[in-house]
Design a binder for this molecule. Structure first.
Ligand code: ZN
Length: 700
């Protein structure tokens, strides 16, 4: 619904990205202070190092201790790290582009994104309109006189607002034949970050649920309902969402392609949900030729239908109205924005202050028109040689992973052959799309923020549905150019590095290879290793789900990933809250493999040209054994660890432990180095010390 729809369409990485998936803390404010340019992050920060810490005991503390001490969480953030520093800077630079496009556009495209941004920045108009912008949608829901009209309502919500209630469809690659694009329906319909929030029975969860019901009540009161009516609506919402949570699959199960693949005829889907007319729905949204659907979460479809049967029409209306209200809240008048922030920012994540409106509007414009503004952004901020340098690094990493595969003593030649074939076909995309997305049918109005967001959702949903039955376009991007992130796409077997990440602290032309391999080198290795983690390895070189391990090798592989899963489940992120080793298994495997092969690639680069080993790619400094008092190997590990320096609120750590497939910065660093003996050797650790355990885990 609304911005969630935009976000989900853009976030193709589905947990396979490199970076942090911050839970969105929809917030806006009218802080008048002028935005100032954040300083450029630097690679290899000597002042960040805590020399009082022993790198063999806690390397993260050593690499980042002073950084953590000197960089408290800004009041408008819930987590603050090197990633965020760079993302905030990119966001600021994007803001300057948007501002000048809003003030004096030079091209039709600038006019479009400038108007979108200007509409978002107009808080006076938003305040004046109150909740008026969502009344047409609420009236449509309120006008329902029979549950049998739900299908027709959903068609109208889709056409007019890009929205949906309970059920939706989208186009996805067929995991059995990746050359095909098929229809699928998934699960959703919850407001809290995960189904566990509805189902866990500890005191913390119970309290949060009570606070959530209170929040929903307040929002309905703001909409104009009496406190009594609002309380009953909130109870309806909680009851229905809890039932949907009970029917939903866990995040861990959703990581398994076999568990989310259930091709059904329309009649079979209707048998699961007899109170919803799927044929009518598909016809209504222009998919009358559809014969089958992949129902990724049949339990959810059943549960949603159960709610249509069990709940009264007024209760179902409460639920639908809530989702309209909640998804539009950040774009309405100040009281809605503030109440939304009070629960989702402060209570849920411990954020002290709302983000200034310009930050939120910049992110929103990037989400809605990222490949429009991105075209101009890369001209300014993506140097032409960055792509060529990245290609060299990718080639070095690919070679290292090939050698790593060959060196595995547990893997048979037959499986190695398959792995090498897959590695050899990984496609790389660097910087930005070859073909920019066409936004010509998306109408932007300078005085209609909610309408712009709706029309963006409609246009992206239509773009997605238009793929049905067509050949796959593997040149399409799932992230916008300024994004500080990267991803591997299993059905397409490709790695993608947006321009936004190809800068310090990840990559710098003036840094020595050791630091760059510890930064962007590990990122590249991480994405490549995703093709071979517990999830990615279920796909073959063509992107089809197929077991290409021999049965014996598969058993050994599962034991090795099991070692990683158990190890990370032992890592604590807050009192009584550990990481979920199964949820983070793919990311942790990729971190471990990425670190190892980037180190290998660095060794080969040094061996090939020792004179330049400590110099930058463009520098001709003579080689010395050490630089800043560190050997190349030590600089590599410090460069790696410092990418992950971060502080975060306890609340945010708890939310992410349940929802984020990535581990926290501390464990991405320490978990990876303690499984890699080259780290211990580089810092002179002894076997048995925390960062050099005798029983280290290794997959790749
Ligand atoms: Zn990843």
């Amino acid at each position: 619904m609304r911005i969630q729809a935009i976000a989900s369409l853009l976030a193709l990485c589905g947990g396979l990205c490199y970076g942090q998936n911050l839970v969105s803390n929809s917030s806006a404010t009218d802080i008048a202070s002028a935005p100032t340019e954040p300083k450029k992050p630097i690679s290899f920060d000597l002042s960040a190092i805590d020399k009082s810490a022993d790198p063999c005991t806690n390397f993260y503390q050593y690499a980042c201790g002073n950084w953590m001490k000197n960089n408290p969480i800004p009041s408008d953030q819930v987590r603050w790290g090197r990633f965020n520093e760079l993302a905030e800077r990119n966001n600021y630079l994007l803001y300057t582009e948007l501002k000048s496009a809003a003030d004096a556009p030079k091209t039709p495209l600038q006019k479009k994104y400038g108007d979108f941004f200007a509409a978002c920045m107009d808080s006076d108009l938003a305040d004046k309109l109150g909740a008026n912008p969502i009344h047409p949608e609420l009236d449509m829901i309120d006008g329902l006189s029979d549950k049998k009209q739900l299908t027709a309502l959903n068609i109208e919500l889709f056409k007019k607002f890009g929205g949906n209630a309970l059920f939706y469809v989208g186009v996805q690659q067929d995991q059995v034949d990746s050359s095909k694009q098929i229809l699928g329906t998934g699960q959703g319909g919850l407001t809290l970050p995960d189904r566990d929030y509805y189902l866990t029975d500890d005191d913390r969860s119970k309290k949060l649920r009570a606070q959530y019901v209170e929040h929903v009540t307040k929002m309905f009161v703001l909409l104009g309902d009496t406190p009594e009516k609002a309380a009953s609506e909130a109870a309806n919402v909680m009851r229905i969402e809890t039932a949907l949570a009970e029917g939903s699959m866990s995040r861990v199960d959703m990581r398994d392609p076999a568990k989310r693949y259930h091709i059904m005829t329309i009649a079979e889907v209707n048998a699961l949900s007899p109170d919803y007319d799927w044929k009518q729905y598909l016809d209504g949204i222009g998919l009358d030729q559809a014969k089958t659907l992949n129902v990724s979460s049949p339990g959810f479809v059943k549960a949603a239908n159960g709610e249509i049967e069990a709940e009264s029409l007024p209760a179902l209306k409460s639920y639908m109205a809530w989702h309209v209200l909640h998804s539009a809240a950040p774009f309405l008048a100040k009281p809605f924005v503030d109440e939304n922030f009070a629960f989702f920012g402060q209570t849920l994540q411990g954020q002290k202050e709302q983000q200034p409106r310009w930050k939120r509007c910049t992110r929103l414009t990037d989400a809605a028109l990222g490949e429009a503004v991105g075209q101009d952004w890369v001209k300014q901020y993506f140097p032409p040689d960055a792509k060529a340098n990245m290609e060299k690094l990718v080639a070095a990493l690919e070679k290292a992973l090939g050698e790593d595969i060959q060196s595995l003593d547990w893997m048979s030649d037959a499986t190695k052959k398959e792995a090498e074939a897959k590695l050899g076909t990984i496609q790389q995309k660097i910087g930005y799309p070859a073909n920019w997305r066409d936004y010509s049918t998306f109408i932007v109005k300078r005085d209609d923020l909610v309408g712009n967001v709706d029309r963006s959702a409609i246009s992206e949903a239509k773009r997605n549905l238009a793929k049905y039955g067509k050949p796959v376009d593997n040149m399409e991007w799932g992230m916008t150019p300024p994004t500080v992130n990267a991803y591997y796409n299993p059905p397409q077997n490709n790695i993608n590095f947006p321009a936004g990440i190809l800068q310090p602290p990840f990559y710098s032309n003036s840094m020595d290879p050791a630091v760059n391999f510890g930064g962007i080198g590990v990122v590249i290795g991480h994405e490549m290793t995703h093709g071979f983690d517990d999830q990615g390895s279920k796909y073959d070189l063509h992107g089809n789900v197929r077991t290409w391990f021999t049965p014996e090798d598969l058993t050994k592989f599962q034991a090795k990933t099991g070692c990683i899963a158990d190890e990370y489940s032992g890592f604590k992120v807050a009192e009584g809250q550990n990481l979920n080793g199964k949820l983070t298994l793919g990311e942790n495997t990729a971190d471990n493999g990425g670190l190892r092969i980037a180190f290998q690639a660095l060794q080969e680069t040094i061996a090939a040209d020792p004179d330049k080993a400590l110099a930058g790619y463009t520098s001709d400094k003579p080689a010395t054994a050490e630089k800043d008092g560190y050997t190349p190997a030590q600089r590599f590990f410090i460069g790696f660890g410092q990418v992950w320096c971060q502080n975060q609120t306890e609340q945010s750590a708890r939310v992410l432990a349940k929802t984020d497939p990535h581990s926290t910065g501390e464990w991405r660093t320490n978990g990876s180095v303690q499984n890699f003996d080259e780290f211990g050797k580089a810092f002179g650790c002894k076997v048995g010390q925390p960062m050099m355990p005798a029983n280290a885990c290794r997959v790749w």
